[in-house]
Design a protein around this ligand. Structure first.
Ligand code: MSP
Length: 513
């Protein structure tokens, strides 16, 4: 029988095509503490998407960084008894190193204390000023340093910020204000005309309410603070940290310093974050961009918040999980698998060591790991794979491949992983039915079955890559090496196993007792 090489994906992903650019960002994190598992969660998610998009042939720019100009950082430096600039440099290095150790495939890292950022912020400020959207006024009210946000009486519970359980500062000073209220109708219209702009849709409703009910002009400078970017032509004041921080998404790709690079990457395709900071990204940020005459990001996606064994992640409770330590213990790929299989992306979720251990042993060690070991062992003992293949598994792989692609495009990571594991289950059932171990090594039926199941593992390994790059690499190695290519060129072609040396390698997920 002649092999018909068929694409496992019927169509290319809709939102990116071969060679298209894809610009994805995480929030820039405060450096008042080391990264915890919550920060790693967002960064992991962005990494999954960046890797997936690269696999579809897109030209990807994946950005993260640090929000250096926050008052929270200044306070943390004070507590550590360190000079602010030194403390921030040290901490930013810790964040950068963490992403490196966690195998995060970033293309750029921005710090808001960098000169390129300051230049871009200054340019941006002047544009907004020229649009007539900056005016002076007196700000009198509450400010929560924990939130780095102005609060109203209504926001407080028993006189304290409900999130940080702290009494807010009372501020009265002459500031510069941004005419956010000018953009109310424009923002609502943009959200209405671009249903994909804010996701998931629960967040869209929340933002529409917020814009309709609460949008007011906002103070964008602080006279009483010294740490930050000075207001252009008024060095007595520094720019409000959120106004400064949001602009990182522009300055990191050349705004104010490299026009060519900037026009290549802007607008962002996706700003990813948790729901805590979505108002800044879906009201203030687009209004700032409109005022500066720039395009808006295509999508802002806010995932949920997660707790640990039912408790809020907090230093006081002492339940902060260091992502590097966790990954050292369980393996980076396993942690990532657990997080995205366990918590439906977009909703709130809970982390538990017990469930991590269960999934590790059940789905990784006994599931995928065991399958790879069995198949590569049997195939390794079979003299000539690929001699006569079979399309027995092809339809299943094609259907699952299509569903996986849709799920990835919708950021439904849980379902994408479910797709991969349904291939694992399918392969197990197939082996059970064929029982190749009962046949002689050179039996035609045995060769056919094992060639098919190797090809299925081959595709499984591709689909795993965005989540578990090391594991995927190890599976390819055992299957005789990876071929150049991407998802758009992925075809069902068991004949690739002709002449390949398949051999059992290291145990993928050793059991932990
Ligand atoms: N510096 C601002 C962001 C400026 S972006 C222009 C900031 N920094 S932060 O360090 O507080 O990071 C907040 C983000 O960290 C959340 O939006 C989310 O991405 C991540 N998370 C922190 N804790 C988390 C959980 N417990 N659960 C999920 N995500 C978490 O806000």
């Amino acid at each position: 029988m002649l092999w018909k090489a068929r694409r496992i994906f019927e169509a290319r992903p809709q939102s990116t095509n071969m060679g298209e650019k894809y610009y994805i960002t995480t929030p820039i994190y405060y450096v008042n503490a080391e990264p915890h598992i919550g920060h790693a969660y967002t960064t992991f998610a962005a990494d999954v998407l960046a890797r997936y998009k690269r696999m579809t042939g897109a030209d990807v720019y994946f950005l993260t960084g640090t929000d250096d100009n926050s008052q929270k950082n200044v306070e943390a430096a004070g507590k550590a008894g360190k000079d602010v600039a030194i403390y921030i440099d040290e901490m930013a290095a810790v964040w950068k190193e963490t992403w490196k150790r966690l195998n995060i495939s970033i293309n750029g890292f921005i710090r808001t204390t960098e000169e390129r950022h300051r230049r871009g912020v200054e340019k941006f400020w002047r544009k907004v000023l020229a649009s007539g959207d900056i005016h002076k006024g007196i700000y009198e009210g509450y400010y929560c340093v924990g939130c780095e946000s102005y609060l109203t009486e209504k926001d407080l519970q028993d006189g304290v910020c409900p999130l940080h359980k702290q009494k807010p500062e009372i501020l009265k000073e002459e500031n510069y204000f941004f005419k956010l209220s000018n953009y109310k109708e424009k923002l609502l219209k943009h959200i209405e005309q671009n249903p994909g702009f804010i996701q998931p849709k629960e967040r869209r409703h929340e933002i529409i309410n917020y814009i309709t009910e609460h949008l007011e002009d906002i103070s964008i400078s602080r006279r009483s603070q010294k740490w930050g970017i000075p207001v252009p032509d008024d060095p007595e004041q520094v720019i409000y940290v959120w106004f400064d921080a949001l602009i990182n998404y522009l300055t990191a790709i050349g705004y104010g310093t490299d026009d060519k690079k900037f026009s290549k990457w802007w607008p962002a395709d996706l700003h990813l974050m948790a729901k805590d900071i979505i108002k800044f990204h879906c009201a203030l940020w687009p209004a700032m961009l409109m005022s500066a005459g720039l395009k808006l990001p295509k999508c802002v996606f806010a995932h949920g918040y997660f707790s640990i064994d039912g408790e809020k992640i907090s230093k006081t409770l002492g339940n902060v999980i260091n992502p590097t330590a966790l990954c050292d213990e369980w393996g980076r790929d396993s942690v990532l698998y657990f997080l995205f299989r366990e918590i439906p992306f977009g909703g709130d979720g809970d982390f538990s060591y017990e469930r991590l251990a269960n999934r590790y042993h059940g789905e990784l060690s006994n599931g995928l790991g065991n399958l790879v070991a069995r198949v590569t062992k049997l195939a390794g003992e079979t003299p000539a794979l690929g001699e006569s293949g079979t399309s027995m598994l092809e339809d299943e792989v094609r259907d699952i491949g299509g569903r996986y692609k849709k799920s990835m495009e919708n950021l439904d990571f849980e379902d994408a992983l479910e797709c991969v594991w349904s291939l694992v289950a399918f392969a197990d059932a197939f082996l059970q039915e064929q029982q190749p171990w009962k046949k002689e090594a050179d039996d035609k039926e045995r060769i056919k079955a094992l060639t098919s199941v190797c090809e299925l593992l081959w595709h499984t390994s591709w689909l795993l890559e965005p989540f578990m790059p090391d594991t995927s690499e190890k599976i390819f190695e055992q299957l005789g090496g990876k071929e150049e290519g991407d998802l758009t060129s992925l075809v069902w072609n068991p004949e690739r196993f002709k002449g390949r040396v398949v051999k059992k390698g290291e145990v993928l997920f050793p059991r932990k007792e």
